[in-house]
Ligand binder design. Structure first.
Ligand SMILES: NC(=O)C1=CN([C@@H]2O[C@H](COP(=O)(O)OP(=O)(O)OC[C@H]3O[C@@H](n4cnc5c(N)ncnc54)[C@H](O)[C@@H]3O)[C@@H](O)[C@H]2O)C=CC1
Ligand SMILES: O=C(O)CCC(=O)C(=O)O
Length: 334
C-alpha cells in the first residue's frame, strides 16, 4: 500500500458527500493500492451528521481507508491536503439559475481559497463541485494565488460530459464504452455547449452514426444543458449520485491520466486557447499525462458558425459571473 494521500471533502454531511466518500475510501478514485486519509469538513451545525458518516465508513471495513476524521475547523481541514473535493455550498432549488447562488457561495470559496494558500500543500489539486462551480473555482484560485498555482484548480463539468455520453448511447442503441470524445465547452450552466463534432461512436464520427442533425443541434444540447434542472424538478433535490460519480471520474483521470486518443471535459483556468479570456475557468477538452498529472487543453479543433455562437454565449456568461463574483468578494467582509 502506498503512503496515504490526504483527501478533503467539504460539505461531507450533504447528499453528494454521502455518495462520494465511499468511492474515495474504497479505492475507486485512487486505486486499490493507495491508502487514503479522508478528512470530512462541514459546518458546525452538521457535526453530528458528519460523525454518523465517519461511523459508517469505519463500518465499511475498507483496506484502503487509512483514517477518517470529521472536522468543522477550516485550518484542520485544509492542512496538508493532496486533493480537495470542494462540494460544500448551498444548492439551488426549483426555479433558480445556478448563478443565483453566487452571492451566497462566493464567500465560501474566497475563504477556502485563503485556507488552501495558508494550510494546504502547494501541489494540492482541487475540484470545485459547489455551484456556480466555474466561478467558485475562479475565486478560490484567486485567493490561493502565490501559494497554490491556478492550474491546480478545476471545476466539474464531467457530469455534463457523462450526461452527453449517456444521451448519445441512448439515441444510437450503443453503450457508454462505445462513445468517446464528446466535449463540454464553457460554463456548468444552461449556456454550456455540448459538442459532438469530434465525438465518435464505435470509432465512427458520432454525427454519421446519429444521422440526425436536428437532434444534435437541438434536443441533445438542450437535454444536457437542462438536465440538472429536470432532476431537481423530479427529485425536489439536485443530482447527487451522478454528481458524486462524476467528481470521482474527474479526480481519477487527473490522478491516473486519460487514455491514449481520448479526452475528457474539465473546467480549468484558460490559457487563452480558442480565444477564451485568460484565467476564466472554462470547460475545455483536456488530456492528462499520467506521469506528471498535468492537464493539457486539446489544441487545433475547428468550429463552424453554430459552435462559435454557442461558445461566445457561454464565454459572455462566465465573464459576467466573474465580474459579479469579484464585486461580491470586495463587498464580503472576509
Ligand atoms: N458541478 C456540478 O456538476 C454539480 C454541482 N452541484 C452543487 O454541489 C453543491 C452541493 O450539493 P448537495 O450535496 O446536493 O447539497 P447539500 O445541501 O445536500 O449539501 C451541502 C453541504 O455543504 C455544507 N456546507 C455549506 N457551507 C459549507 C462550508 N462553508 N464549509 C463546509 N461545508 C459547507 C452544508 O452544511 C451541507 O451539508 C451545491 O452547490 C450543488 O449545486 C450539485 C450537482 C452537480
Ligand atoms: O443544477 C443544480 O443547480 C444542481 C445540480 C447540478 O449542478 C447539476 O445537476 O448539474
Amino acid at each position: 500500500m502506498s503512503a496515504p494521500l490526504r483527501v478533503l471533502v467539504t460539505g461531507a454531511a450533504g447528499q453528494i458527500g454521502y455518495s462520494i466518500v465511499i468511492r474515495i475510501a474504497d479505492g475507486t478514485v485512487f486505486g486499490k493500492d493507495q491508502a487514503v486519509q479522508l478528512v470530512l469538513l462541514d459546518v458546525p451545525q452538521c457535526a453530528t451528521v458528519l460523525e454518523g458518516v465517519v461511523f459508517e465508513l469505519q463500518d465499511c471495513a475498507l483496506p484502503t481507508l487509512h483514517s477518517v476524521e470529521a472536522v468543522t475547523d477550516v485550518q484542520q481541514a485544509f492542512t496538508g491536503v493532496d486533493y480537495a473535493f470542494l462540494v460544500g455550498a448551498m444548492p439551488r432549488r426549483e426555479g433558480m439559475e445556478r448563478k443565483d447562488l453566487l452571492a451566497a457561495n462566493v464567500r465560501i470559496f474566497k475563504a477556502q481559497g485563503k485556507a488552501l494558500a495558508d494550510f494546504a500543500k502547494p501541489t494540492t489539486k482541487v475540484i470545485v463541485v459547489g455551484n456556480p462551480a466555474n466561478t467558485n473555482a475562479f475565486i478560490a484560485a484567486k485567493y490561493a494565488a502565490g501559494k497554490v498555482p491556478a492550474r491546480n484548480f478545476s471545476a466539474m463539468t464531467r457530469l455534463d460530459h457523462n450526461r452527453a455520453l449517456g444521451q448519445l448511447a441512448l439515441k444510437t442503441g450503443t453503450t457508454i464504452g462505445d462513445v468517446k470524445n464528446v466535449i463540454i465547452w464553457g460554463n456548468h450552466s444552461s449556456t454550456q455547449f455540448p459538442d459532438v463534432t469530434h465525438a465518435t461512436i464505435k470509432n465512427q464520427p458520432a454525427a454519421t452514426v446519429v444521422n440526425d442533425n436536428a437532434f444534435l443541434q437541438g434536443a441533445f444540447i438542450s437535454t444536457v444543458q437542462k438536465r440538472g434542472a429536470v432532476i431537481i424538478e423530479k427529485r425536489k433535490l439536485s443530482s447527487a449520485m451522478s454528481a458524486a460519480k462524476a467528481a470521482c471520474d474527474h479526480i481519477h483521470d487527473w490522478h491516473f491520466g486519460t487514455k491514449a486518443g481520448e479526452f475528457v471535459s474539465m473546467a480549468v483556468p484558460s490559457d487563452g486557447s480558442y480565444g477564451i479570456p485568460q484565467g476564466l475557468v472554462f470547460s475545455f477538452p483536456v488530456t492528462i499525462d499520467a506521469a506528471t498529472k498535468e492537464w493539457k487543453i486539446v489544441q487545433g479543433l475547428t468550429f463552424d458558425d453554430f459552435a462559435k455562437g454557442k461558445i461566445a454565449a457561454t464565454t459572455k456568461e462566465l465573464e459576467e459571473e466573474r465580474d459579479d463574483a469579484l464585486k461580491a468578494c470586495d463587498d464580503a467582509s472576509i
